[in-house]
Design a protein around this ligand. Sequence first.
Ligand SMILES: NC(=O)c1ccc[n+]([C@@H]2O[C@H](COP(=O)([O-])OP(=O)(O)OC[C@H]3O[C@@H](n4cnc5c(N)ncnc54)[C@H](O)[C@@H]3O)[C@@H](O)[C@H]2O)c1
Length: 458
Amino acid sequence: MDSIETKGGLSRRDVLKATGTVAAASALAGVVLPRHVYAGETNTVQIALVGAGGRGSGAAENALSTKLGPVKLSAMADVFPEKLKGTYDSLKGRFNELVDVPEERKFIGFDAYKSAMDSLKKGDVVILTTPPAFRWVQFKYAIERGLNVFMEKPVTVDGPSTRKMLELYEESVKKNLKVGVGLMCRHCEARGELFKRIKDGQLGELNLLRAYRVSGPTGSAFVNKRQGDLSELMYQIRNFHGFLWASGGGFSDFLIHNIDECCWMKDAWPVEAKGYGGRHYRGDYVDQNFDSYTVEYTFADGAKLMLEGRGMINCNNEFASYCHGSKGSAVISQSGHAPSKARIFKAQKMTEDEVVWRCNTPEPNPYQLEWDHLMHAIRQDKPYNEVKRGAEASLVTSMGRMACHTGRIVTFDEMLNCEHEFAPTVDKLTFDGPAPVLADANGKYPVPAPGIKTTREY
Ligand SMILES: NC(=O)c1ccc[n+]([C@@H]2O[C@H](COP(=O)([O-])OP(=O)(O)OC[C@H]3O[C@@H](n4cnc5c(N)ncnc54)[C@H](O)[C@@H]3O)[C@@H](O)[C@H]2O)c1
């Protein structure tokens, strides 16, 4: 896989070394700091948060918890004032003077991201944690402003947005911007050790990978009919997991991590996918999601990745990824993203008495590690750009989703070149303008129909 641009395997020792460098330099009061140890004209890296919801709050917390030099949250943007206020109050309560966002640097609206970024200096960092549909729009502006970026996954939702993101990636590399993508499992030390062992041949040939995220309804993937005062567009944004244009649906938003960690272990992207799924118990829900998905991904060497996703109550629950080789098998992750509980078994039976290696515990938090690595690269001016890998992981995820939604085999190249752009006007949305997808007279949105709608997902 030639798309890995970062050294995700940066060790804690490297980070501590960098911390030491900054601390030692700061101790030399009056001495000019070498250019490479900090980002802007002052030693403080300022952060703007665009999309102040659950993950935005978490990412800001991780940014403010890095120990590589001074950081400050200095601007925030959202489309819902109450979301911005809630996240501001909570971060201010926990980080006090590290949160310096006066009223004039709190911005509301579809252009708020521009004002937040305009308040930063070149080399500062903007966090992009809105629904994924807005990622390319906001990344484009961040590149124009010369800003480093942390953006959440998925970074694209369809073929056209992936092509845009890959072009933007080239521009951001040319400008030497540091860009982290929130596929934090790639920064997990335990998974990194497992990957090295697989590369060293401990599992032999990797023939089969399996990934499961089956649980009750998750996030906003099950959406009730619009009621109340919210406009059509704002209702869709609030319930973004229910609308394919906004998030790629529950499939893309929830399954990408497990797909990506399996592809990491295989060190390749699959070349095609076939898939199945349906809307079994939808009751009055009106969103565009299926409630179960199964995908068979095929790699160029014929190896398979089997993926299962389901949102149903009272069924078996599992949130895990596994791989099987000719000489043994392994848990990549079990019971969620972190800790991974990674371990290797001597054959295919995954029982405790068969374990031949298990990762060190306690495992450091990968959400914090991804920020330590990004900040290290910024302060040391090291090449660091995860966008290509993030866009490819998003595309491979869309490929599986489209296979399920159309009932056809979908190849990587076909997905990349697919012309169906879910939200061609996403960079021009306004509070009172139309939404990218509309409901019918019964308040229901177009849903995929495998075998009937075969060239577009809806
Ligand atoms: N890496 C992970 O484990 C992880 C976990 C959770 C979420 N995420 C990702 O983070 C992103 C956000 O998810 P979330 O759970 O925080 O959702 P959320 O709804 O809690 O937060 C999204 C925020 O963005 C705001 N927003 C929407 N459109 C906007 C726009 N155009 N401009 C400015 N603000 C806008 C919303 O009002 C909301 O406050 C998603 O891409 C999701 O996949 C990643």
